[in-house]
Write a protein that binds this ligand. Structure first.
Ligand SMILES: [Zn+2]
Length: 109
């Protein structure tokens, strides 16, 4: 049963195309804001836990910030602040040098 209860009932959209054209100049892209975007926590986990030290010897911890291919995950995804991201990158590179982390993961080769 298709029973539409007159959905297109908009009182203010009265005809006159010409006017609408003129109005298009602003072209506000506002519209309905895209719903709940998938937002990861926007907090740096190293700032949250000040006592956590970014240790290059702790490869388990560093692995969270490295993709499967062995690449360092950008901070916009992990939410790490730039200061800690820098420390993290430094640590990851050290860990790579010590062969604790891969430069390139085996799977990609
Ligand atoms: Zn931080």
């Amino acid at each position: 049963m298709m029973e539409r209860s007159s959905r297109s009932q908009r009182p203010q959209r009265g005809g006159s195309r010409m006017q609408q054209r003129g109005n298009q100049r602003g072209n506000q892209r506002g519209g309905p804001q895209r719903g709940p975007q998938i937002r990861k926590k926007r907090s740096c986990r190293f700032c949250d836990h000040k006592d956590v030290y970014i240790d290059y010897k702790n490869e388990k911890k560093l692995q969270r910030f490295v993709s499967e291919q062995g690449r360092i995950i950008p901070k916009r995804i992990t939410g790490t602040c730039s200061r800690h991201q820098r420390m993290l990158v430094q640590a990851i590179k050290r860990a790579r040098h010590l062969a604790l982390l891969p430069f390139v993961s085996e799977a990609v080769k």
